[in-house]
Design a protein around this ligand. Sequence first.
Ligand SMILES: [Fe+2]
Length: 302
Amino acid sequence: MKSEIAALGYLGLEVSDLASWKNFASDMLGLQWCPREDGSVDLRMDRYATRVRLHEGPADDLAYAGWEVRDADELARLTARLSDAGHPVEEGDAEACTDRRVAGLIRFADPEGNRHEAFYGPLQRTNDPFVSPLGVAFNTGAQGLGHIVLSCRDKASMMAFFVDLLGFRLSDHILTEVVPGRPLELSFMRCNGRHHSLALAPVPIPKKIVHLMVEVKSIDDVGRAMARCEGQGTHLTFTLGRHSNDEMLSFYPLTPSGFDLEYGWGGLEVDDETWHVVTHHTNSAWGHRYQRPPRPAKAEGA
Ligand SMILES: [Fe+2]
């Protein structure tokens, strides 16, 4: 089945500390900080008006994932398939489309209640070009903004939803112990040439999102970002390393919201003709040493 979904187009995050996010996203990672009148912030990384949108709130978690389709016909086909399979679909009205800066929009949920949107016609701001405050160029285009990893309880039903219904293609599995002593099977899915735009991790964490990944065009920008993070004392959940499956060279700084961001370079581009599903027993060819996040200091008298 050919999926209508072409790319991970945008992400919405609910974050409690916008000031720390500004320092993290803009001053350390090189994303462009574009505040809106409603208090939310667009983080830009290319000519799209928004790629990551920050909404102030207590959750410190994923608010929604926005999947791009090519046009209105594709959106209608996706809507019909979701509805026929018994999944409620809400069509976005004009106000919702204006807010998301798209021409058409639907909203739906996956089997574990994560909120997703599919859209077409994203606003391109070619008259107000993306300018990274640190001179960083991001690898987006047809591969979308990057990837997300979602936590899940029932991976089989989540895989059925994303692969069998939405048409994502399975790229591979990793059976490993990311945290020593805890065996884990991670599954990686694609919707374009990027090795994966979505991965599922059956890990018992309170957050919906495990991490999001953005990819830069220069290996030096990975090194520079890592040096900036280390210089500011940002916790690195995984040190520099190269992943076994998508070959991404990356490190994982902890965001101010307590989940990770993977900052990478050199990810594998695959095609449906030659790629075949494989299995790995290690998360990384080298590096990516796990470092336990610091525990918040106990309150006085506690
Ligand atoms: Fe990743």
